[in-house]
Design a protein around this ligand. Structure first.
Ligand SMILES: *Cc1c(COP(=O)(O)O)cnc(C)c1O
Length: 459
């Protein structure tokens, strides 16, 4: 199995990025519950034949869809060790939790947070943003909100984010019981950043209408175009208005590792909480999200609970309090910290930062190539590693939707699409450490070919 996976990664360039799943392969996975054992080799062969070739392909250098990390062999091997140990990191006195605390310590250092800051591995930034909203809610309403619910105090909390924010911010408002209507969507300026004068007016209007503003969710690396909100100005506003300042840095926050990109995140060190993923720009295999909270005591009092079967002791295995389960909704938790610890130790922060800088440099290369191709048109500024463009055509939305699907089906490259100012854009998010200029060229040349063919056949 190890040989197969190492071969897979070594020769991934020779494979299509993605290929559609044939119906007969899908049908193989409609069998009934196997009552009898199957030989391990047979099951492994089925994996190699029926599953592996039909993955989404984000380990491939030509994959530039959405914002997916590429993973590494080091992360893969660490996952094997973690699974062999079968550690449960909910709590108790054990060294695996010290590994998680080590990563937390590194993240405090990276973001300039105090030693009292807390942090927790979670599935991804969707969960990390939810935890951010819940801790901010406790800050605004007091710990009693856990018992009495958000309606009891009669305060109507409002939160603020930009039109470029990820949908999971609204979802966090929904899941926390505050409601999506309580999230004010602030328009973006011409750099696709939250428009701060509009934000200030929205906060003032809400205060005079009897609402209680409590939360600003900034974005460091928007999912559509890779814009970074003006974090320092937002930190000023949050400070002046006494609001919680949260940063959704799902992929962008780790740009702190790259000396040439980090200055663009100025102000992130002033956040009350930061949500981010190691599984995107950090190249750690899925899944590995993280929430960092400045006020560790408040974070603890948002989640800790006194269940008798989780009693802490001064000695024995029930020591080591506080436990990770005191900082989030999960009790049983896997050893996500190990693959992250291995990745950071083996490659080192500098090399991980160079990967991040490298993908931004590739995005600038792609931008220049697009500007030199008369049939292509750039759709948004290239702030980090995301390039939105389209093929020029009378029927541009339809043609570009077709081109993106044709690229994916060709196996040459896999961009995704988004909507920029109401128009369909082909979107390349360069995240993978394996991607080179030749992959960018292949994507653009195939775009020209599919675009010309589509125009000729009148799609
Ligand atoms: C990817 C992303 C998310 C969601 O993170 P998951 O790890 O997929 O849950 C949230 N916000 C932004 C800006 C993202 O890029």
């Amino acid at each position: 199995m190890l040989d197969d996976m190492l071969d897979y990664l070594e020769h991934i360039r020779e494979r299509p990025v993605w290929q559609p799943v044939p119906q007969q392969v899908r049908n193989l996975f409609h069998e009934t519950l196997p009552r009898q054992p199957t030989d391990l080799g047979t099951v492994h062969a089925s994996f190699m034949r029926d599953v592996l070739p039909f993955a989404v392909g984000n380990a491939h250098p030509g994959f530039m869809g959405w914002v997916h990390g590429g993973g590494t062999p080091v992360g893969m091997l660490a996952e094997m060790l973690a699974a062999g140990l079968n550690a449960n990191l909910g709590g108790r006195d054990q060294m695996p939790i010290e590994v998680e605390r080590q990563v937390l310590q590194w993240m405090r250092e990276l973001f300039g947070f105090p030693v009292t800051a807390s942090g927790l591995f979670v599935t991804g930034t969707s969960m990390a943003n939810l935890i951010g909203v819940l801790v901010a809610r406790t800050a605004a309403l007091g710990v009693g909100v856990r018992q009495q619910g958000v309606a009891a105090g009669g305060k109507r909390l409002t939160a603020y984010t930009s039109a470029g924010a990820h949908g999971c911010i609204a979802q966090a408002m929904d899941l926390s019981g505050l409601g999506i209507d309580a999230l004010r969507i602030i328009p973006m300026n011409d750099q696709y950043q939250m428009d701060t004068p509009t934000l200030e007016r929205a906060i003032a209007a809400d205060r005079s209408a009897g609402f209680t503003p409590f939360f600003i969710a900034a974005t460091a690396g928007t999912v559509d175009v890779g814009a970074v909100d003006n974090l320092d100005v937002l930190a000023d506003i949050a400070h002046r208005e006494a609001l919680w300042f949260h940063v959704d840095g799902a992929y962008g926050a780790l740009a702190m590792l790259a000396p040439d990109i980090a200055p663009r995140l100025l102000g992130i060190e002033r956040a009350d909480s930061i949500a981010f993923d190691f599984h995107k720009w950090g190249q750690v295999p899925y899944d590995a999200g993280f929430i960092l909270v400045r006020d560790g005591t408040l974070h603890h009092s948002t989640f800790a609970s006194p269940a008798a079967y989780l009693r802490r002791e001064a000695r024995g295995m029930a020591g080591g309090s506080p436990w990770p389960c005191d900082f989030g909704p999960d009790l049983s938790r896997g050893f996500r910290a190990l693959k992250t610890w291995f990745t950071i130790k083996v490659y080192g922060a500098e090399q991980l930062g160079q990967v991040i800088s490298g993908t931004c440099a590739l995005a600038q290369y792609m931008k220049q190539r697009i500007e030199a191709m008369p049939m292509l048109e750039l759709m948004a500024p290239v702030a980090l590693n995301i390039v939105c463009f389209r093929y020029r055509s009378d029927n541009a939305d339809q043609v570009n939707t077709h081109i993106a699907a044709a690229l994916q089906e060709s196996g040459i490259a896999a961009p995704s699409t988004t909507s920029i100012d109401g128009h369909v854009a082909i979107r390349a998010a360069i995240v993978n450490h394996r991607t080179h200029t030749s992959d960018i060229d292949a994507l653009l040349l195939a775009t020209l070919a599919f675009g010309a063919a589509a125009t000729k056949t009148g799609i």
